[in-house]
Design a protein around this ligand. Structure first.
Ligand code: GTX
Length: 228
């Protein structure tokens, strides 16, 4: 659907959180302008639009800012009502999607961050890697029950949980590339999720905005070395 009013995203090409907002806009065929945040230092615009957390993404709709990636996805679903529904309309299904998205951010992504935060500490790094690998197993089970044999958590089209998890696929691949012999998305443990990765990145709402893995790996080498 054509955009109602002006839509901007304060984000970056490499941010998995900003990718959530962008994919949701693409699913609803909403035109937007991406304003690249450079971070060093944080822009005046970011400080003004998200003074509490000072993080991207910020979705700006008709000059009104909305922060927190999953809140922007919910907002986009609520405002652009035509096109595929991103958030399940059934309250129970919606609660389940919220539960797993909370799990993704609170557990899985925290453990993914812990891999790089471990630096040269091999024991801590292995523990974080194991936690990510094991942490994907409940999501494999959730996928089987929620997708009901279809391609996505959302069914035939990408939904809320696909966006929540799928936006991090590039960063899972970064962790694999930067850590020798590490397979996070392991076909023997999470075969359905491995197939889902292929379907997700091939989707028309995703493929043009999904960062090239080589470029992301090069970016991550520098980005992560500055943080540790
Ligand atoms: N909970 C927030 C959301 O969902 O929007 C998190 C947003 C966030 O952390 N954004 C980062 C930021 O603005 C940029 S994206 C970082 C991705 C790292 C991936 C590692 C696996 N950070 C600024 C800051 O922390 O000050």
């Amino acid at each position: 659907m054509a955009a109602t009013g002006e839509v901007k995203v304060l984000g970056t090409w490499w941010s998995p959180f900003a990718l959530r907002t962008i994919i949701a806009l693409n699913l609803k065929s909403v035109d937007y302008e991406l304003i690249e945040e450079t971070f060093v230092p944080k822009s005046e615009l970011l400080l003004k639009l998200n003074p509490i957390f000072k993080k991207i993404p910020v979705l700006v709709h008709n000059d009104k800012p909305i922060s927190e990636s999953l809140i922007t996805v919910q907002y986009i679903n609520d405002v652009w009502t035509s096109g595929p529904s991103i958030v399940p309309s059934d309250p129970y299904d919606c609660a389940i999607a919220n539960f797993w998205s909370y799990y993704i951010d609170d557990q899985l992504i925290s453990n993914l961050r812990a891999i790089s935060a471990a630096g040269d500490d091999k024991v801590a790094k292995k523990a974080a890697i194991d936690k990510v690998v094991e942490g994907l197993v409940p999501l494999e089970e959730a996928f089987k029950s929620i997708s009901n044999g279809k391609k996505f958590f959302g069914g035939d089209t990408i939904g809320y949980l696909d966006i929540a998890l799928g936006s991090f696929i590039g960063w899972f691949k970064v962790a694999e590339a930067l850590n020798e012999d590490v397979k996070l998305l392991d076909e023997t443990k999470v075969p359905n999720l491995v197939k889902w990765v292929g379907d997700f990145v091939d989707d028309s709402a995703v493929k043009d905005v999904f960062p090239a893995i080589d470029k992301l790996v090069e970016f991550a080498r520098v980005f992560l070395s500055k943080r540790t």
